[in-house]
Design a protein around this ligand. Structure first.
Ligand code: GUN
Length: 287
């Protein structure tokens, strides 16, 4: 079977076009959605991601501000900035780019963000709401994956969904979202004994481990839908996912490419969350 390619670039562009219109309407009514991005240190990948976030905000008409702090900034100073942003009415979303330097407690920093401004969906309050199935700001990559599956026409009810990777950013939240759509979900990770026994039973496979091309054709079944979250730079400069795309696409019914699959969806969903957060924080008119 030759797989259908799930084109994240096209789907993300459609969503962004819709959002541009919505932002225009909100601005006309006096509400400009605003995002503050905080970056600590000089991590080159983080700098690229933050630059893309600012550019996308500008494209959609969303107000953005960047706060670049030195790598040796104290935890207290960083949390002080977050408190300031929590109280700033121009800012509806606060995003602290991860990873943070080792001397900073990531959990403490994420908990300092006002849950209503937590456009990453990483605050324990929002994670808890996701667990119990309450509406909330969803983590961007998992939310983007769900939209890709929806747009690809994948009905998840009763399907075997296998997630490889258990990170707080992707593996755990996407598992909960798949479960909320009535899939039977298995989470595999580095200590899983027989990985192939699990992946080979998947109707839907989400790979989010950060190991270049580790999911091979002989690990999946015919007709599987594959979502590849990996972004791995090889020594020869090529960018590849966690899935051996060329091999697996011969067996899959649908598959996301890398680049151009999940990647473009992540920032798009961040924009979605910023707009949602702005709408929810809007002060009702006092008549
Ligand atoms: N670093 C890698 N992915 C993410 C993400 O989704 N949000 C933040 N804040 N940092 C990241």
């Amino acid at each position: 079977m030759a797989a259908k390619i799930i084109d994240g670039k096209v789907i993300a562009a459609e969503l962004r076009e819709e959002m541009k219109g919505e932002v225009g309407e909100l601005k006309a009514s006096g509400l400009t959605p605003g995002l503050a991005v905080v970056i600590v240190g000089e991590n080159p990948a983080s700098k690229v991601y933050v630059g893309q976030k600012e550019k996308t905000c500008a494209n959609l008409g969303i107000y953005s501000e960047k706060h670049a702090l030195p790598a040796d900034v104290s935890e207290e100073e960083l949390i002080g900035l977050i408190h300031k942003l929590n109280g700033d009415p121009r800012v509806h979303g606060v995003l602290v780019q991860l990873p943070l330097p080792g001397h900073i407690d990531e959990g403490r920093v994420l908990e300092a963000i006002d849950p209503r401004k937590d456009v990453d969906g990483f605050h324990p309050v929002n994670v808890g709401k996701l667990v119990v199935g309450e509406e909330t700001l969803l983590p961007c990559t998992p939310h983007g994956i769900m939209i890709l599956l929806e747009r690809a026409g994948v009905d998840l009810k009763g399907k075997e969904a296998v997630v490889v990777g258990r990170s707080n950013i992707v593996g755990k939240p996407v598992s909960l979202l798949l479960l909320s759509r009535h899939a039977t979900v298995t989470i595999c990770h580095s200590r899983t004994r027989d990985l192939t026994a699990h992946t080979a039973s998947a109707d839907v496979l989400v790979a989010a481990v950060g190991k270049p091309e580790m999911i091979k054709a002989d690990m999946v079944k015919e007709g599987v839908v594959v979502i590849d979250v990996g972004v791995n730079r090889l020594e020869d400069g090529r960018l590849v996912g966690d899935v051996d795309f060329e091999g697996v696409k011969e067996k899959a019914s649908a598959i996301t490419p890398v680049p151009g699959g999940v990647g473009p969806m992540t920032i798009t969903m961040l924009m979605r969350n910023t707009i949602e957060a702005a709408k929810q924080q809007r002060v009702p008119l006092q008549l």
